[in-house]
Ligand binder design. Structure first.
Ligand code: HEC
Length: 111
């Protein structure tokens, strides 16, 4: 967290969540393009982001798009350094992140 503290980020994420009822409005991404990019994520995060092992690989399906985009940006920029996930995010553009975030936000959530 170099750009902002955790409390600020949380307030932002939860604030966005309550401002928008639809996830897609918060992040300007293309779900169809995100779908294509997401094929590399499913080995760990499960089909359409519903994890088979959520204690290790978090569910992505049906989550707030802004939250997913913020997390992906934090991995990419090194604000979260995690040996499995950081390398996955390193080559993503801002557009890739937005497309992936919108795609996963629109998938049916895990129970
Ligand atoms: C090699 C396995 C692997 C692959 C492939 C992978 N991830 Fe991850 N991902 C992880 C792990 C492990 C974590 C949890 C890391 C942690 O605890 O910080 C994670 C965490 C995340 C998180 C944060 C979730 C949360 O609740 O904190 C997001 C968002 C995410 N991944 C998105 C993606 C996307 C999008 C892709 C494809 C571009 C992808 N991941 C590919 C292993 C993977």
């Amino acid at each position: 967290m170099t750009k902002y503290g955790f409390a600020t980020l949380s307030a932002f994420v939860f604030g966005m969540g309550s401002m928008f009822s639809g996830n897609a409005l918060a992040v300007d991404g293309d779900a169809a393009r995100g779908d294509r990019l997401a094929s590399s994520c499913m080995a760990c995060h499960g089909t359409e982001g519903r994890s088979n092992m959520p204690s290790m690989y978090p569910h992505l399906a049906g989550r707030n798009a802004q939250e997913l985009a913020d997390l992906l940006t934090a991995y990419r920029d090194g604000d979260i350094d995690e040996p499995q996930m950081t390398p996955q995010a390193q080559n993503l553009s801002d557009q890739d992140i937005a497309d992936l975030a919108v795609y996963f936000s629109e998938q049916e959530p895990a129970e």
